[in-house]
Design a protein around this ligand. Structure first.
Ligand code: MG
Length: 280
């Protein structure tokens, strides 16, 4: 057995060295577009290509924003939920929230809010610090579908972060589901959802179900009766890079010549010489 292992190891090393010494690099044949340059933010501040949804001053980008109270650079949930006026597809969303410092209620009644992606898929916000509830309804859960992998909640009143990476579902023209939605959630720097396959809507009273919709939708922040605070909300739409397969690049077209350029190109050599002579 040992002899067999030693022989196969020698063959593997020789094979590896042979391809390395042949000097031929493997290339994919994909000619990628250049990744755009983005200047990263510092400590949770937005990167250069982010859309700022709330910078602590106003909620003018949100339907219902006038219902929430703004003070000291944060917004306090009250009266209604709020919904972005703009719609987003696949995205990276950052937000910071704090459940009320003064503890009132228990279970789902304590520090409840939520982030709805495309206005319909809820990442739960709840005070889950020493506050028991059903696991697929605690903070970081995809509501009624999947509990957070761990409970990374900070104490009531402390600022917490969500970084959410979301790929929306795709439907065909007849409304059939082609690809489900996926979500990764990082709560206070800790992965609590890892590319979770969303099963559909996240309602309290009915099972998950996909209803066909477009490739973009709004972000909605829930008001569930508790004065949860929010600050520093920004979003980046995620676009896949494009590439061309080597050997299948589209033919490069010469740029269209204007009338003067066409006339110049059609001149004969004697005509050009004559003109040059006149100009000297
Ligand atoms: Mg909620």
């Amino acid at each position: 057995m040992r002899v067999l292992f030693a022989i196969s190891l020698v063959f593997a090393i020789v094979g590896c060295c042979a391809s390395w010494t042949s000097g031929e690099e493997w290339v994919s044949g994909k000619i990628w577009e250049e990744p755009p340059i983005v200047t990263p933010g510092e400590c949770g501040s937005p990167p250069s290509d982010a859309i700022i949804l709330f910078d602590g001053k106003d909620l003018s980008q949100w339907e219902g924003g006038e219902n929430w109270k703004i003070e000291n650079g944060y917004a306090i949930a009250q009266k209604t939920g709020i919904t972005t006026k703009e719609q987003f597809g696949d995205c990276q969303l950052h937000l910071e929230f704090a459940t009320p410092e003064v503890i009132e209620g228990s279970g789902q009644g304590r520090g409840n809010s939520g982030v709805y992606l495309m206005g319909r898929y809820e990442v739960q916000i709840l005070d889950s610090y020493e506050n028991k509830t059903y696991f697929d309804g605690q903070c970081g859960a995809i509501y009624k579908q999947h509990p957070p992998l761990v409970n990374a909640s900070r104490k009531p009143g402390e600022w917490q972060t969500y970084d959410i990476i979301f790929t929306g579902p795709r439907f065909d023209e007849a409304g059939n589901l082609l690809k489900p939605a996926y979500v990764t959630v990082i709560h206070n720097g800790v992965v609590v959802q890892n590319h979770f396959e969303i099963e559909g809507s996240t309602a309290w009273h009915v099972p998950p179900k996909y209803e066909p919709h477009g490739e973009k939708g709004p972000i909605h922040l829930q008001f569930h009766g508790n004065p949860v605070r929010f600050r520093n909300i920004w979003i980046r739409e995620i676009r896949e890079l494009t590439y061309q397969q080597k050997g299948q690049e589209p033919e490069k077209k010469e740029p269209e010549k204007n009338e003067a350029e066409k006339a110049e190109a059609e001149k004969t050599e004697p005509e050009k010489k004559a003109e040059n002579g006149q100009n000297q």
